[in-house]
Design a protein around this ligand. Structure first.
Ligand code: ATP
Ligand code: MG
Length: 458
């Protein structure tokens, strides 16, 4: 794609010179003499760099610059000023012109400045794409789920995001705690600032402290230079402390102090460092239980638990499974540059019925594996891993669907009645065949039919 430079000057002679010099150098040039036309053109077209005259009737170069800053902040603007009018140039630089050149200028001067602007524009463009893909990835809409429990979670995220309140995210492994932590950050006013994450379990206590708070040179063997900790790196952004339930008692005390005072010292340092951070923590433990057992400080628990977001396990929101499956099929088709696969209805039934002890992470892995390994255009039952088709797991999920009242005798009778009915239907109401399928005698079958008042199809 060739670079598009928009040139704006009320003097036609200068436009001709600009156009000639720039197109000789291989740029594609749009030359316009009317600022209003130029601004309209900007809205329509893909412009990489703008070169504008300072003094024009009706609208000055500064007005153009202000408009661009507001509406197309990623496009660098170069200003041309008349020889000697240095104030205008200084003013233009102050309000954010990328560069200025004084008329008359040489070919070299113009091209040097233009090529700098081009590089700037290309970087800006890349950055914008990166930013958009980040926002897309972590934007609220990437948290898939329309079930009631998930809608409640998303509403909490929405409400919590704008504030600086500390958020505690709990939920079983693989339920999306980290995803939600990122969603909170990227929906908050801190979105352009760092999101720094620390896994409290992955590091042993000694190392964890210097990771969190940093250290001074020589504070311990191996501390060859001063190092900034995650608290400093997260300044003006969000610090995500994952697996918070694993913190040692000593680190708990230190963390409590930072939460109260927002200041801390580097390991081996005396200087107090003040930070502006929002803290989000996550754990798959029951922290209140840990408090009762005495492994987690009660005061710290209450500091962390200002806003509490509890993520439901996947088996409690099975209606989201088809959405998630579709989402992951698309994701892995894109990642592996392969066509999207369909999924057979029976295979989907199995996925919806399974227990998912590893929650969404496990579902994602299963879909990824099917996308790569299923030979056909559709994922069938035969492509599913064996644990999904396991009978015991299906029983467990059937139990999940039972009503709240769990009276054993009553529930078993209902299940028995349903089974007898199912056996009859499957065997076209031939009672001998149905009793064989159930593994009971013909007389027992007749007794059950009577007991449950099951119509025998005649
Ligand atoms: N609602 C969701 N929509 C889409 N993807 C999700 C959702 N929830 C989780 N995921 C995906 O599932 C995977 C696991 O999520 P995440 O790492 O956030 O879980 P976690 O609760 O932090 O797990 P662990 O406790 O094991 O650390 C990630 O790839 C994440 O993108
Ligand atoms: Mg996690």
């Amino acid at each position: 794609m060739s670079t598009n430079i928009l040139c704006l000057d009320d003097e036609p002679n200068y436009l001709l010179i600009l156009e000639a010099m720039l197109s000789d150098a291989g740029y594609s040039v749009t030359a316009l003499s009317d600022p209003e036309t130029a601004l309209a053109y900007l809205d329509e077209s893909d412009v990489d760099v703008i070169i504008t005259d300072m003094k024009m009737p009706r609208m000055t170069g500064q007005d153009v610059l202000e408009h661009v800053k507001k509406n197309h902040p990623h496009i660098p603007v170069m200003i041309m000023t008349a020889f000697g009018s240095i104030e205008g140039a200084v003013e233009a630089m102050k309000i954010g012109a990328f560069d200025y050149i004084t008329k008359p200028f040489s070919n070299e001067e113009l091209l040097l400045s233009a090529s700098k602007a081009m590089k700037m524009s290309a970087t800006q463009r890349q950055f914008r794409i990166l930013q958009e893909s980040m926002e897309e990835r972590y934007g609220l809409h990437q948290i898939i789920g329309r079930s009631k429990p998930m809608r409640d979670v998303l509403a909490m995220v929405d409400r919590a995001a704008p504030s600086r309140s500390t958020v505690l995210i709990t939920g079983e492994s693989g339920t999306g705690k980290e995803l939600v932590a990122k969603a909170i950050h990227f929906a908050s006013p801190r979105q352009k600032n760092p999101f720094i994450s620390v896994n409290c379990m992955a590091l042993n206590p000694g190392v964890l402290e210097s990771e969190l708070f940093g250290h001074e040179k020589g504070s311990f063997t191996g501390a060859v230079a001063r190092k900034r900790g995650r608290f400093e790196l997260a300044d003006s952004g969000t610090l995500f402390l994952d697996e918070i339930g694993e913190l040692s008692p000593e680190t708990q005390v230190k963390l409590l102090r930072v939460l109260q005072e927002r200041i801390f010292e580097r390991v081996g340092g005396a200087e107090s460092i003040e930070v502006d951070i929002r803290i989000v923590t996550a754990t798959n433990r029951d922290l209140l239980e840990c408090v009762k057992e005495g492994t987690f400080r009660e005061d710290l628990y209450y500091r962390l638990n200002v806003v509490h977001i509890q993520l439901p396990p996947l088996r409690e929101r099975r209606e989201d499974i088809p959405l998630l499956v579709a989402h992951f099929i698309n994701k892995y088709a894109e990642l592996n540059k392969m066509p999207v696969k369909a999924i057979a209805p029976e295979a989907m039934d199995y996925l919806c019925a399974y227990e998912w002890p590893g929650n969404i992470r496990q579902l994602e892995n299963v879909v990824e594996r099917c996308m790569v390994l299923a030979p056909g255009e559709a994922i069938g039952v035969e492509d599913l891993p064996p644990e999904i088709k396991d009978e015991e797991s299906q029983f467990k999920s059937a139990v999940d669907l039972l009503p709240a009242r769990l009276d054993l005798a009553d529930t078993l009778e209902k299940i028995e009645a349903a089974l007898v009915r199912r056996a009859l239907i499957r065997n076209d109401f031939v009672q001998t065949k149905a009793s064989e399928a159930l593994g009971i005698s013909k007389s027992l079958m007749q007794y059950k039919l009577k007991k449950y008042k099951i119509s025998t199809g005649m």
